[in-house]
Design a protein around this ligand. Structure first.
Ligand code: PXL
Length: 275
C-alpha cells in the first residue's frame, strides 16, 4: 500500500460538512498523510444558513510557505477546493511551484445549479478557470465548466452539448478533466473522465434532491484513490460509488439539508480502496 503525502488547500467551514472538514477525514481514511492549508475560516458554509462569518487567511500563505521552504517541505500532490479570494488563486500557484513534487488537482468549487456561490463574481470565475487549466487534473461540475468556458448553462442537454463543453475545456488547455453530474436519462447521473482527448463515462444512480457538500466529498475521495495508485477512471468510479453511498445515508433526513453523512460511509470507501 502506498503512503503518500498530500496538501489540501480549502476553507474551514466550522459547521456544514464541506471543504476541510470533509477533505481531511476522507483523505486520511484513504491512507494518505494529509497536510492542510486553510484558505479562510467561516462560521458555516455560504449556502442556506442565515449568514456567515468570513476570515480570509490569504496573508498567511506566503509566511507559511517561507517557513516550509526552510524545512524543504514538499508534497506528492496538492489538491485545492474553495478559495477565499482572487488574490489566493495566485498564492496557490506559488505553493504549487514551491512545494508540489507531483500532481496538482484543482476543484473549482465555485458554482452549482447554474449559479456562482455567494461571494464570487465573474472575475473570480475567470481567474479560477485559469488555475484549473494549469492543473494536471480539474474536477468541474457542468455549471463550473460553463463559467470556465463562457458557455450558456442548460438544465437539459444532450451528448452534443457535453461534447462541445469538453472540447472548449480542452481548447483552453485543460489536461485531465473529471466532469461530474452528467445526466443523460431519468434517475441516472454520472461522471466523464477525459484524458488525452479520450472520454469515458461512468453512469450511476441519481438520488432525488440535491445535497450540499457532495462536490467536496467527490473530489476528496477521488484524490485519495489517486494517491493510492488507482488510475483516473478507477478513482472516478470509486469516488462516485462512495458519494452515492453518502447520499443514501443522508436521504430522508430533512433536518440534515446542509451536508451529507459521509462519516457513515467511510468503511465502504476504505473497502473500495482495498485497504
Ligand atoms: O462545498 C463547497 C463549499 C465550500 N466552502 C464554502 C462553501 C461551499 C459551497 O457553498 O460555501 C465556504
Amino acid at each position: 500500500m502506498a503512503y503518500k503525502r498530500v496538501l489540501t488547500i480549502q476553507d474551514i467551514s466550522c459547521v456544514g460538512q464541506c471543504s476541510l472538514t470533509v477533505a481531511l477525514p476522507i483523505l486520511s481514511a484513504s491512507g494518505t498523510e494529509t497536510c492542510i492549508l486553510p484558505s479562510a475560516v467561516l462560521s458555516n458554509h455560504t449556502a442556506g444558513f442565515s449568514g456567515f462569518t468570513f476570515r480570509d487567511l490569504s496573508d498567511d500563505f506566503a509566511k507559511i510557505s517561507e517557513q516550509w521552504k526552510k524545512d524543504k517541505i514538499t508534497f506528492d500532490a496538492v489538491y485545492t477546493g474553495y478559495l477565499g479570494s482572487i488574490q489566493q488563486i495566485d498564492s496557490v500557484r506559488k505553493i504549487f511551484a514551491a512545494h508540489c513534487k507531483g500532481l496538482t488537482i484543482v476543484d473549482p468549487a465555485m458554482a452549482d445549479n447554474g449559479k456562482l456561490y455567494v461571494g464570487f463574481d465573474e472575475a473570480y470565475a475567470a481567474e479560477m478557470a485559469k488555475l484549473c487549466f494549469e492543473a494536471d487534473i480539474t474536477l468541474p461540475n457542468i455549471t463550473e465548466a460553463c463559467f470556465m468556458t463562457g458557455t450558456e448553462y442548460r438544465e437539459t442537454y444532450d451528448r452534443a452539448y457535453i461534447d462541445d463543453l469538453l472540447q472548449k475545456l480542452r481548447d483552453r488547455g485543460a489536461k485531465t478533466i473529471i466532469l461530474t453530474g452528467v445526466s443523460y436519462r431519468e434517475g441516472r447521473t454520472g461522471v466523464i473522465v477525459d484524458k488525452n482527448g479520450v472520454s469515458t463515462y461512468y453512469e450511476h444512480k441519481k438520488i432525488a434532491g440535491g445535497c450540499h457538500g457532495t462536490g467536496d466529498v467527490y473530489a476528496s475521495a477521488f484524490t485519495g484513490a489517486v494517491m493510492q495508485g488507482f488510475n483516473e477512471q478507477e478513482a472516478a468510479r470509486i469516488a462516485a460509488d462512495y458519494t452515492v453511498a453518502c447520499i443514501e445515508k443522508t436521504a430522508g433526513d430533512a433536518k440534515h439539508w446542509y451536508g451529507v453523512k459521509f462519516e457513515l460511509a467511510l468503511p465502504d470507501y476504505i473497502r473500495m480502496l482495498g485497504l
